[in-house]
Design a binder for this molecule. Structure first.
Ligand code: NAD
Length: 482
């Protein structure tokens, strides 16, 4: 056995022990009170408030450069919001839900039905590198609100941040409440084989096949938060300038390394020139310079840099027009990090890699269409995306786009923002994910909805017992009607 294999085996043993320890604590202590859930959430908020700058610094180091301001927005404030929402609402979410009994007459005899939300137990969370803090603390909000204990496996691509997360969790939580295991794909693979009570995986669709297969071995309920190519349909009635500003804001945030980033834009043919000009203006206004601009984030590493530059070269070779938005005409050949200027790819075709893979970077293909149904048809000819964005004021067209396409979620007249609505479920469909979380939907995802039925004291089911006869037959036949 190699040293690396021996390490993974040790880690596997440690993870299995931790799962047993957390599960035992869950059984011994029983479901946590609302006060304890709130206390855990408060401790998580305390970590974010107390370590905001060390976390931002760790992320900056991991990315080569990552905007500290953007980290404060997306990873720190963006984690505190779901925690606060859960803290405010968990008492209401925890209440048993009264349900109808049938036939209704049973109710008159005192029968009662309700749903009780019970913590599942130990939840595993596997998180990616693009928002390592938010995609760890965000799921934690719902999982804690539902009364669970957590084991977390953050990404190896952000080693400083992942190690810091492991360290700070130990300062505020007993490992029987939260335990962090760092490591690469081998650790991820071993982690996803554990018999958790629920597993939430956020990452690439290609990896989700492995995760779901591993979880299936133990029939672990699994939520998959994946990616894909989220389209933007700019309608004829859209305010092109505002649409371009909003699209380019998210395409440049975290250098477009966002699961919900607008992946490509479809614009009416005669408006394409206006959109391109507006996108150039929007970028220049946000980033007069890019290379040393602290607000502009790097691509995470050389592999992803090469992948993205490969898309541009491939698109150019296959006939696309490349519009690099580089307001100060800086030379990106010599740079300490992996920054790529925002780049529009005009007239892309489906044989280009940039139209096949999720882009996950600051490149934006701009396609044109003649009629809205053409854009709808294009979306439907491709895998169901995580997000879809429609810009315009034509409510009939908006309704048609929404009704005729299927995506995890939608933002109208902006991109990405539905994710920040705590009361909306967040998740994909098919290749972009399975299940959802955030707010009440997160609480439900991490809870077992247990059906509880109280039978009447009166022996109302006596007539169901044999020996059967004419009276029984009459009763059954009365139910077998149209
Ligand atoms: P990734 O799938 O490569 O890695 C995610 C995590 O899985 C990491 O912790 C990694 O160590 C682990 N892992 C790797 N191989 C594994 C295996 N065989 N078994 C179990 N775990 C394994 O994803 P990434 O590159 O870190 O993140 C980018 C992807 O994540 C993009 O596709 C993006 O769209 C998606 N994403 C989705 C969301 C969402 O909420 N839907 C959010 C952010 C990112």
């Amino acid at each position: 056995m190699s040293a690396a294999e021996a390490r993974t085996q040790d880690q596997d043993g440690a993870m299995r022990q931790m799962l047993a320890r957390q599960r035992n604590a869950h059984h011994v202590d029983g479901p946590p009170s609302a006060e304890l859930r709130i206390d855990r959430i408060d401790r998580a908020i305390g970590l974010l408030v107390g370590y905001k700058y060390p976390l931002a610094e760790a992320l900056r180091e991991d990315f080569g450069h990552r905007s500290v301001h953007a980290t404060l927005l997306t990873d720190i404030a963006g984690s505190i919001a779901p925690l606060k929402f859960a803290r405010e609402n968990l008492r209401a979410w925890m209440r048993p839900e009264k349900r109808k009994v049938n036939p209704a007459i049973l109710g008159l005899f005192g029968a009662r039905a309700r749903v009780e939300y019970q913590p599942k137990g130990v939840v595993g969370i596997i998180s990616p590198w693009n928002f390592p803090v938010q995609l760890t603390f965000g799921p934690l909000a719902g999982a804690f609100a539902a009364g669970n204990r957590l084991m977390i496996k953050p990404s190896e691509f952000t080693p400083h941040t992942s190690e810091l997360l492991a360290k700070i969790f130990r300062t505020a939580f007993d490992e029987s409440e939260v335990a962090v295991f760092t490591g690469g794909p081998e650790v991820g693979a071993a982690f996803s084989k554990l018999p958790f009570d629920h597993l939430l995986f956020t990452g690439a669709t290609s990896i989700a096949y492995h995760v779901m297969r591993a979880a299936a071995e133990n029939l672990v309920p699994t939520t998959l938060e994946l990616g894909g190519k989220s389209p933007v349909i700019v309608g004829r009635t859209a305010n092109i300038d505002l649409a371009a500003k909003r699209v380019m804001m998210v395409k440049t945030l975290n250098a477009g390394q966002i699961c919900l980033a607008p992946d490509y834009v479809m614009v009416p043919k005669d408006k394409a020139g206006d959109f391109v000009a507006a996108a150039q203006g929007a970028v220049a206004a946000m980033f007069p310079t890019l290379k040393d601009n602290p607000d502009y984030t790097s691509v995470i590493n050389q592999r992803h840099y090469d992948r993205l530059m490969g898309y541009v070269a491939d698109a150019r070779a296959k006939g696309a027009e490349i519009v690099e938005i580089n307001p100060a005409r800086e030379d990106f050949n010599q740079q300490p990090f992996h920054k790529i200027p925002p780049t529009l790819i005009l007239n892309p075709t489906d044989d280009m890699a940039v139209m096949k893979d999720e882009i996950f970077g600051p490149l934006l293909p701009v396609k044109t269409y003649e009629a809205a149904d053409e854009a709808i048809g294009y979306v439907n000819d491709h895998p169901r995306p995580l997000g879809l964005y429609y810009f315009g004021t034509d409510s009939a067209e908006e309704q048609r786009v929404l009704a005729r396409t299927t995506s995890g979620g939608v933002t109208v007249n902006d991109v990405f923002m539905h994710i920040s609505m705590e009361d909306l479920p967040f998740g994909g469909i098919g290749p972009s994910g399975m299940g959802s979380y955030h707010g009440l939907d997160g609480f439900k995802t991490f809870s077992h909805a247990k059906a509880v039925f109280h039978q009447t004291k009166t022996d109302v089911t006596g007539m169901l017992r044999p020996p059967y006869g004419a009276k029984f037959l009459k009763m059954v036949e009365s139910q077998i009607k149209r």
